[in-house]
Design a protein around this ligand. Structure first.
Ligand SMILES: Nc1ncnc2c1ncn2[C@@H]1O[C@H](COP(=O)(O)OP(=O)(O)OP(=O)(O)O)[C@@H](O)[C@H]1O
Ligand SMILES: [Mg+2]
Length: 495
């Protein structure tokens, strides 16, 4: 019998159909992938299952029993736990307290703190052995935080664990560790709903796959019966075009970084970037790539060294000056830095353009509308209209708005930090094409990506970083995954 069943779920948000009568079934002891392009309705279904949204129609059953809808506590009590991408732990509480939070263990109604503690420690030991239990919520890495959330779910005897894009901020090693934990949960009979845009992950870990498209149920099948092309076709209903590989000839030098040094973070970084070149910063999560591009753009300060645009030194810690000099920056953390919440799609598109759309402080609205419509269409942003609030867009569509916003500004150097994180396979191909086109048109692109296929597909040249240093440089002609990995990980490399 199914552990969890969602039947005939409908959900609209202000006239937008997010789910159109979908069904979903989870068995005990299976890892079930929920797939679909950006905006397909995956997160919406998950939020309905966990009680955060009320469906307009439909029911959720656990072990055959309907659960109360739109009531997080009922879902939780029925054994449903949701693990958050950026963990949701209380920043100033330690690991144990975070696990015990709001729980009352004890027989005959007696709360026993000691017993709580024992259960919490046992759960941690199974999931993250060796974790320092005195660490506070904010001191945990995203990977540790997720594992602590899983431990909490285990200690509460969760039967269903839901993970919505859990791997997006994890390094390959952390992903492997998460997968091992998932296999262990599965062997305990727990059912897992897993969302990821990376098909390699789906093939590595999942037993069954359900695909949604535009809020509709497309199908469910065992992973053995599926291959990559079939899944992609179920998701987007067309073939995803491949990016033609073009030989680019970079132009003159435009951005120069000289001896950049930041205590404990960046060690003597120097490189040049040419017009029409795609230069990729590769390396493991935590190698210092995000810090480097934040320093170049002026969001963070550095101790010594210089950044020059067209031979002119940029002032430190002054993003405004970087923008004036023609640099655009798409940050990694789109929630924190990339998107202005509570503004519309239109306003987000034109935010970086205020001097153009609002020359004397007066916003020219027809110009704003025209620019937003043009870029919204070019990027195939799925939103009810450009007047929709940005926070209501699905993760991947919001990312497209952040990128589109900088394109509207026509920068000469564009820095992109993990631009396809959380973006579906079709949109990923669109973003790749776009980056290629930008370079074609002479824009210098500085790309940070942890995705090897992306490194191989796009880069004219790769700088590999490790522990705040540039540990290797590879031209397109010498590029191979093995070389990148060795530079990113090994102490001594002789290639
Ligand atoms: N709170 C909300 N208000 C208005 N519309 C919403 C809200 N939440 C989701 N939507 C809309 O519902 C649709 C489905 O979104 P959902 O977040 O479920 O997609 P998703 O499959 O998780 O996509 P992604 O892969 O990009 O995360 C989208 O069109 C989205 O804009
Ligand atoms: Mg989502």
């Amino acid at each position: 019998m199914a552990l969890l069943k969602a039947n005939g779920i409908h959900k609209r948000f202000q006239g937008v159909v997010a789910l159109n009568g979908v069904s979903f079934e989870l068995k005990p002891g299976e890892i079930h992938a929920l797939l679909g392009a950006n905006g397909a309705g995956k997160s919406t279904l998950i939020k309905i299952i966990s009680g955060y949204h009320a469906p307009d129609e439909g029911e959720i059953r656990m072990n055959g029993e309907p659960i109360r809808l739109h009531d997080p506590k009922s879902s939780h009590d029925a054994g449903i736990a949701t693990i958050h991408q950026e963990h949701n732990l209380i920043p100033h509480m330690n690991v144990i307290d975070n696990i015990m939070l709001g729980r009352w263990v004890g027989r005959y109604g007696v709360v026993s703190d000691d017993e709580c503690r024992r259960i919490a420690i046992r759960a941690i030991e199974t999931v993250v052995p060796g974790l320092n239990l005195d660490l506070l919520g904010y001191q945990l890495t995203p990977a540790e935080g997720q594992l602590v959330e899983i431990a909490r779910a285990l200690s509460e005897n969760a039967k269903v664990i839901i993970m919505d894009e859990p791997t997006t901020s994890l390094s390959p090693r952390e992903i492997e560790r998460l997968f091992n934990v998932m296999r262990d949960l599965k062997s305990k009979g727990i059912g897992i709903i897993f969302v990821s845009h990376w098909l390699e992950e789906i093939f590595a870990i999942c037993d069954r796959v359900t695909v949604f498209r535009d809020g509709c149920y497309v199908g469910t099948d065992d992973i053995q019966n599926l291959d990559e092309n079939t899944i992609v076709r179920m998701m987007v209903n067309t073939d995803v075009p491949e990016l033609p590989l073009v030989e680019r000839i970079p132009g003159k030098e435009i951005l120069k970084v000289r001896n950049l040094f930041k205590q404990g973070v960046l060690q003597d970084i120097s490189f040049n970037l040419r017009e029409g070149e795609i230069l990729t910063l590769a390396g493991l999560v935590g190698a210092g790539r995000t810090e480097l591009v934040r320093c170049i753009f002026g969001i963070d300060d550095y101790d010594s060294g210089e950044v020059l645009m067209n031979g002119d030194q940029l002032p430190r810690n002054d993003p405004g000056a970087a923008v004036k000099a023609g640099i655009g920056f798409v940050p990694e953390d789109r929630k924190g830095q990339g998107l202005a919440g509570n503004l519309t799609v239109r306003e987000n598109f034109t935010l970086s353009l205020l001097d153009k759309v609002a020359p004397k402080g007066i916003i020219k609205s027809d110009m704003e509308v025209e620019i937003s419509n043009k870029h919204s269409e070019a990027m195939k942003v799925k939103a009810p209209s450009i007047e929709a609030n940005i926070m209501t867009l699905s993760g991947g569509n919001a990312q497209k708005v952040v990128i589109g916003r900088w394109l509207a500004r026509e920068p000469r150097v564009l820095i992109l930090d993990e631009p396809t994180k959380g973006v579906d396979i079709g949109a990923k191909a669109e973003i790749h094409r776009l980056i290629g086109d930008l370079a074609e048109s002479g824009v210098a692109v500085l790309l940070v990506t942890s995705e090897m296929p992306e490194v191989l597909l796009l880069s004219d040249r790769v700088l590999v970083m490790r522990e705040g240093r540039i540990s290797g440089e590879l031209k397109r002609s010498d590029l191979s995954p093995e070389k990148v990995i060795r530079y990113a990980t090994a102490e001594e490399v002789t290639i």
